[in-house]
Ligand binder design. Sequence first.
Ligand code: SF4
Ligand code: SF4
Length: 400
Amino acid sequence: MTIRRIQPWRRIAEAIQAVIILGIPFVRINGESALRFDISSLRLHVFGVSLWMDEFFIVLMGLFFLTFLTILVTLLFGRIWCGWLCPQTVIIDITSFLDRARLKGVSQKIAAYTLTLLACIVVAANLIWYFVSPYEFIPALATGSLGPVIWGFWISLSVILFLNYAFLRHTWCATVCPYAKLQGALFDSSTMVISFDGRRQSECMDCRACVRVCPVSIDVRSGLNAACISCAECLDACAERMEKKQKPGLIGYFFGRPGNKRKLMRTNALLIGAVTLLFLFFFLYLSFTRNPFDLIVMPNYDMRPRVTEKEELLNSFILAAENRGRQDREFTTAASLQGRTVKVLPERIVLKAGEYKRIPIYLFLPEKERGNAVLTIETSQPPPLRIVRNVGIMLPEEVK
Ligand code: SF4
Ligand code: SF4
């Protein structure tokens, strides 16, 4: 009888997760990191889109979506995240040599701790790359111009991670992790868990192989324990023991109690799934309909309305313009008053990618009359954009 071990699949999932998390900062889309929060400009670069501080409601929708997705996945599949994808578990598994070295001589211990420290230094740098692009970080490191703030963060993070991975390890999951604490409230009677099949209790050899391999030192036979990280080590250990008796393992994945029918479609899961989809819809809708250009027109208080030598009424306004896109953009300006074209200067405005500018603009009106002029700013560069604003005409004091 052949047994299907879980651990090789877990190792593959962990390797994919590690490559993705390490690799994302190196991926560039439209010249920017695929995922990075730029602290200096307070902008979030996310897969080709740059979000500004005043657009963080889009990020908020994304965070709500991820929160409800986590609740839904936990309700359906228990702590699958902890056992298969959580960076804490992945790095503990990558540095599993440390657990073996603790039982060996001093030289092996020193080598294991040194390797763990090196891994923590790389992980800390990887975390910083989500804020400072590795394409700036690595050259700055090579030329010795990294700066004291980044050095300070890097060293502090490395030390914290080293203390965590060298000494705390799975104790974090069992005691401190807030997600672990929450999961009890998120489970219901049909949530998938790793459980001992009590219906076959008489077949248990009490070999304790399942207890010995458990990284959080619990006995899965005693029932569901909040410290269990769903790593499935006990499942494989028992399957190997039972294989010798030509029987399936006594520990497995079960939806609720062993013997219960799998019930994925249940009221709470459907409701949470609907809310999750709603937030995903809002997030995508807001992301795809966001305005890549922001424009506010206000009076220019540095230049009062006046009449020129050519008897034209001159009004000035300030265009507060922000190019939120990734490309430089050139705009043309135009204005009209009661359907007639009005001279406007400057005729061209150029805004670099990500640039915010306050640009004085001048309207030369043929008649000294009140009313609203229509100001049009447009570009034919893709995506074409046309912004129309009504501006109130002001008369000089002497004309009033
Ligand atoms: S009980 Fe099993 S699945 Fe849970 S932590 Fe221990 S070994 Fe992993
Ligand atoms: S490994 Fe299996 S047989 Fe051995 S004690 Fe655990 S549940 Fe019983």
